[in-house]
Structure formats: structure tokens, C-alpha cells
Design a protein around this ligand. Sequence first.
Ligand code: S5P
Length: 398
Amino acid sequence: MPSTDDRDPDQSLSSAAVPARHPTLTQTYLTRAFLPGTPPLTSYLLRLIAYKQTNLCLSADVGTSAELLAVADELGDSICVLKTHCDIVADWTERTARALVAIARRRRFLIFEDRKFGDIGSTVQKQYAAGPLRIASWAELTNAHVFPGPAIITALKEAADQTIAAYNTGVHTEISAEPRPDDSDDDDEGYHHGRRDRGRKGGRTGADDDDDAASTALTEQAMRRHDSISQNSRDDDDDATLPAAAAADRAARLARLERLGPAPYVRGLLLVAQMSSAGSLCAGAYTEACVGMARRRRDFVVGFIAQEGLNAEEGDNFVSLTPGVGLAPAAGGAGGAERGGVDGLGQLYVSPRTAVLERGSDVVIVGRGILGAKDRRAEAERYREEAWRAYEERVRSG
Ligand code: S5P
């Protein structure tokens, strides 16, 4: 396993499940965003995570458009990705998609349709780009099983390219919240938005990119300072040491977030490399083959649905998103799903700490743990904080 840094090789994470220490395990999200060869969508996601300080993906498994949009708006500030199963939304229409995209722009998160494609190339192209759902037109991320073989990736990439090309050549039939002169219809959905989108409304320029690179260096410094401040404050058990520097760092982060703007109109794929369900066949050699396929399509594959970090070779910078994550209910609060480690239907749960710190995952996916809570906002923050702390600890262990 190539290692380009100077970490103590004897210092290992606490679980045997952790792969050998790949550099991405202890690099910050922001560093990873700017590694050479990182595709634009991966880079955007990693910057979003860093600036919002959230590695939480909400699995918005709800039954109606109204519920979906309400939960997206309510919890959008706490998450980096919102995961949908649009085929369980009883009244899903293009209007739902459009409103969701508008909320994603305002609250700054990526939309991930958990479609789990698994068919021949020709069929998945139609399922992805056409039909009543037209997933490629509104979801930045989707996912696929690899049991049909690698052509599924090529086919989805082709369909994504066609969707993007149609958009770029001005055939704006895609569902996008990209600014239009009359782009004010989100207000007529009747949802209450605490914050207006103050992001830039125009496209990016080369100057923007230069500026971003420079500001990233500054933000990196600020984050390192913040890391050491948080570390000290935890060591001292004295949060009162945070204020001035932490407030400045927070302001810098939020300014970066503001400047980051909306997600680029590109698409990315997550490969289902491992599953959280008991007895899953996605394991061992299957998982390895899946990672191999991802390496051959680094231009499109953002990462994996997996139970651990799967970066193992030089140049790997895939993002691992882990479902099957749960916390014991907060004291006095109601937990969402059955938190005893299983849900009675095969789902297995680990804590955010296990997923991120011990297993090297990058983003935790949480559904019922948050959706079933009495105070969803508080619960989402509790998951966000746990997962973020686990990430900070992992980076510091380097
Ligand atoms: O292996 C997997 C892959 C996925 S995408 N296990 C999963 O549970 N998922 C999805 O994550 C699942 O379809 C559901 O939408 C979510 C987990 O929901 P929860 O309520 O158990 O947190």
C-alpha cells in the first residue's frame, strides 16, 4: 500500500476492519478536494463537506412530495447530501424534482437518487435519463450495482453526458434550479425558507477558480487552526477558549461556502460495493472487482456505497458513503428506528464513530434514526456532530 506521508506506521485505527492506512484516511476533505485528478463533482462535494462541516447524508425515505420538501428544507443546513428514493414518493412529479433542486441550491446540498441500477446498459440509460422520473436531469448523484458488469457504468455515463450536453446546448428541458430570469417559482410551493439563496447566479470563470485555489489555502490554514483549537478545547474540557478564533474561522468557512455557489451541472455515480444488510453478497472479491471498475472510470465514479473506506491504491480518492448508521436515542428523546443494531428486516447498524473513525468511511447515511425522532433538527445535528468529530479524530491520528 503506497503511503506518501510520514505517519507512524505502528499507529493504527482501532478496528481490524480498517484498510491499511491510505493517505486519504488522514487528509482533510479540503486537501482531498484539490488532489490532482479529482473530478469536479467529487471536488465540489468534498469542499461542501469541509465548508459546511457536515459529513452527514440524510436518507429522506418519506412517502409524499410535501414531506420530502419539508424535511429537505428543515434539515438541509445540517447535511451535505440528501438521498432520495423517488419511487416511494406517492405523488412524485417534475414539480417535486424542481422544488427539491431549488431547496438544494438554497441550503447547499447534493441530491443523490438511490436508484441502485442493475440491468443491461440500454435499459439503465432509459431508466436514468427518460421515463417519468428523468433522474439524470435533477440528481447529481445516483448509484448502481456492478453485478451486470462494467458496461453499466459506461452506459450511465453516456446517458449523463447526453443530459448535460442537452442542457449545455440550450435545450433547457432538464429539471434544474439553474437560474432562469423567472426563477422564483419555488416560493409558490408554500414552504418557508429561513434563508434566501445569496449565492452567485452566474457561471464560473477562470478567475473564480484562481480565487478559489488561493482562498482554499487560507481556509486550510484556518481549518488547521480550528482543529488545534477544538483539540485544545476538548483536552482542556473548556469550550470557553473557542470564541474569537473559532468565530473567525466559522465566518471564513461560511464565506467560502457562499462563494462555492451551486453544484456544477455534472453527474456522478456511486457503486454499491458493500451493503449494510445481513448476509449481503456484496463482499470480498465482489467488492474488490467493484473498486477495480471504479478505477477504470474515475471520470464518472465519485465513490462507493460501502461499509468502510475503500481507497487502497495510489491515486484513489473515492468517497465512501455508509448506510446502516444509527445512534442510541438521545437521553429523554425518542429514537427513530430500532437502534439496537438491527431493524428486524436485515438492516444492520453501526455508530457514526465506527463508520468514520474505525472503518474509514467519509459520509454517513442516516434515515430512520433522524426521521423517526421527535426533534428531527436536533437529531440531525447530533448525528452531524458525532460523524464530524469522528472525522476530526481520524485526521488528527495521521
Ligand atoms: O447497503 C445499503 C445501501 C443503501 S443505499 N443499505 C441501505 O440501508 N441503503 C439505504 O440507506 C436504504 O435503501 C435506506 O434508504 C437507507 C438507510 O435507511 P435507515 O432508515 O436504515 O437509516
